[in-house]
Design a protein around this ligand. Structure first.
Ligand SMILES: Cc1ncc(COP(=O)(O)O)c(C=O)c1O
Length: 461
């Protein structure tokens, strides 16, 4: 049965059915509850800031992708969903993904070790990264990863030399730039030519990498890969990139007689951060468009269909998570066109860099009690020494907000904790999972002492 994410998503706190909140979010006796756990309990026991993940919601979104891909590619050569661990990975999340039948895309030794610690077999792990170390390549070979995604001719040669020394054969997926780029912001658009990722089809680098992989004794050409950007809600962009990738597969078969068995269409499937954002296509819609591209390719080329994979990260984990912050200082700032209330919280760009990095927009709700009827023009800001340290740029929020109140910011599951920093020597927040009225840490918070302990001279001051 198709899972409709918008129907399953909870209404906003004011009751409008916009689907920005995790499925289990409710307002009960004035306060928000997540996974059946009242925010007052979470704040008292876990503190703030804290990321709260609705486990059932994550599992639902992972399953939606798996079912959509399985169903769209059933009549072809089947499909795999690789959860993009860079969005957020810890052992619990890796276990959930494995339980739900997803594979995992990793990029570094840390991500790879996290997934292995969760009991995910190497055969269900891909290893990305445009600058893999020798140690990462060795670890990938030790673990028997499903494939190495390769970004450059230099890295291809490095993997070949390491595999040859060990007497191994590395399965290679070549990441190519199709010329298609999509998504909201230049820094998160990754398939145009002037950037660090991929082997360009236009320049001939992709074809050269194909030839070199085929010629190498210790490499197996398993697939072609493209990733066209992030936060994409236009399915047509995926169709165009898929065609470019599949045309390269067809040309390769003609030139070399090698039929590349797999194609990976990457990640980048958009989510809704605020009510102003368009409702994103469902996994079914993305899967349908990709399957149609593969069907056309098979009909036109006469080749056997490839096995297909996708790498969604954000669309699985972002909407399942809410960050809880405690309000600190509040001050009115007089502007030409009125007054804006600046509300400072106890986190900021160290736990969510996306507003500062990409100008990303979020929304928020008062979590610990019923908001007042009257709302005030508000900007929520962090506690860091940067004027760009904004949490939510502009929203109308309860007029009676005061220090000590708790704010919930939804859709923070992706690229929040995973991109967190210790800027201003703040400890990075922990992550709790909520389910059936209980909560547990899935990533413990750092303490100030944890951060200071890295300084070898600190203890002596
Ligand atoms: C190669 C690759 N795959 C998958 C992803 C995941 O993208 P998203 O979380 O937007 O789905 C990324 C993100 O940057 C990526 O670079």
């Amino acid at each position: 049965m198709a899972v409709n994410l918008e129907e399953l998503a909870a209404p906003e706190p004011d009751g409008s059915p916009v689907g920005l909140w995790p499925t289990s979010m409710r307002r009960q006796a004035g306060e928000l509850t997540l996974g059946g756990v009242p925010t007052s309990q979470l704040i008292a026991q876990a503190g703030t800031p804290v990321f709260v993940v609705d486990e059932a919601d994550v599992r639902m979104r992972a399953t939606a992708w798996k079912r959509a891909m399985d169903s769209a590619f059933a009549g072809l050569a089947g499909a795999d969903v690789f959860y993009a661990g860079k969005a957020f990975l810890c052992v619990a999340v890796a276990r959930w993904m494995h339980d739900m039948g997803l594979a995992i895309d990793t990029c570094t030794e840390g991500e790879l070790r996290t997934a292995l610690a969760a009991g995910v077999p190497g055969s269900r792990l891909g290893l990305h990264g445009n600058s893999k170390s020798r140690a990462e390549i060795e670890l990938g070979l030790d673990a028997g990863v499903s494939h190495f995604v390769i970004d450059s001719l230099a890295e291809l040669a490095l993997v070949e030399s390491i595999a040859a020394r060990r007497g191994d054969v590395a399965r290679i997926v070549l990441r190519v730039t199709t010329g298609v780029h999509a998504g909201g912001h230049e820094y998160i658009s990754t398939a145009h030519e002037d950037q660090k990722f991929g082997l360009s089809i236009a320049s001939g680098a992709a074809e050269r990498a194909i030839e070199e992989t085929l010629a190498a004794e210790h490499l197996e050409l398993a697939g072609l890969h493209s990733h066209i950007g992030s936060q994409i809600v236009n399915v047509a962009a995926f169709a165009v990139a898929a065609k470019a990738l599949l045309d390269l597969r067809a040309r390769t078969a003609k030139m070399t007689d090698h039929v590349i068995p797999e194609v990976d269409f990457g990640g980048g499937y958009g989510v809704r951060y605020t009510v102003a954002d368009a409702v994103p296509p469902s996994p079914e819609e993305y899967a349908r468009v990709l399957a149609a591209a593969v069907q056309r390719h098979v009909a036109d080329s006469g080749l056997t269909p490839p096995r297909v994979s996708v790498e969604p990260g954000r669309s699985i984990i972002a909407p399942s998570t809410v960050t809880l912050y405690r309000v600190g200082t509040i001050k009115p700032v007089v502007l030409d066109d009125g007054v804006r209330r600046y509300v400072s919280v106890d986190g900021g760009m160290s736990d969510n860099i996306r507003p500062a990095l990409y100008g990303a927009d979020y929304t928020a709700a008062l979590a610990n009690r019923q908001p007042s009827e009257e709302c005030v023009r508000t900007r929520i800001v962090g506690k860091h020494c940067e004027s760009g340290d904004v949490v939510v740029k502009d929203l109308a929020l309860s007029a009676d907000l005061g220090p000590g109140d708790v704010l919930a910011v939804p859709v923070t599951g992706a690229y929040g904790r995973s991109m967190a920093s210790n800027y201003n020597t703040v400890p990075r927040p922990g992550v709790v999972a909520v389910r059936d009225g209980r909560w547990r840490w899935i990533l413990r918070p750092e303490s100030v002492s944890d951060v200071l302990a890295l300084d070898p001279d600190w203890a002596h001051v």
